[in-house]
Design a protein. Structure first.
Length: 183
């Protein structure tokens, strides 16, 4: 950040009085500009023993597979955001959302909140954001071409929990690779 969004003055990175970390502070008007993590919301859309996955048609990781997810917008709940992202990426609607995983990805300033959800109908299709949308059983998951570590981690957890039908909400943390999870 170079300039203040309040007055247009130059900002400097400094620790404001009473704070404990560097912030961008306007030299002209004194406004402190806080930068906070982004919240990503999504879900595992379920139909019988299969889940709905998307092959990305946008960067980053274009051509790789993922679960429907994206940044939460202002003015929407986390569940509404997960529903919207599913519709935007798959053309399909989900219902019965249950929080499943919250994963902190500190090194990129993101927090993922993933839900379990039930597909309402088999009306999914490619969208501008997804080149391909497909229901997949566990043995067809394209593990080598999963777009993001957080999606890979969420899928592994889901398939581990599924045999006992125990899908408890958990919080995790990813540091660079999902194998470095700190619970």
């Amino acid at each position: 950040m170079n300039f203040c969004s309040q007055c247009g003055g130059p900002v400097t990175l400094t620790v404001p009085a009473g704070d404990d970390r560097p912030r961008h502070v306007c030299q002209a008007c004194g406004t402190v500009h806080y930068q906070n993590p982004k919240l990503v919301v999504g879900c595992i859309p379920i139909w019988d023993d299969r889940i709905l996955m998307c092959r990305r048609n946008i960067n980053p990781r274009k051509g790789y597979w993922t679960l429907p997810a994206g940044f939460l917008e202002n003015g929407e709940t986390v569940a509404d955001g997960a529903r919207r992202e599913t519709l935007e990426e798959t053309g399909s609607r989900v219902t019965d959302l249950r929080p499943y995983r919250m994963i902190d990805i500190v090194h990129i300033n993101q927090i993922y909140l993933m839900f379990l959800a039930r597909l309402e109908a088999l009306d999914f299709h490619p969208t501008p954001e997804s080149a391909e949308v497909k229901l997949m059983p566990e043995d067809e998951i394209p593990w080598e071409t999963i777009a993001f570590n957080v999606v890979e981690k969420t899928l592994h957890d889901f398939f581990q929990d599924r045999p006992e039908n125990r899908f408890e909400f958990q919080m995790d943390r990813i540091d660079l690779k999902w194998q470095e999870i700190i619970s």
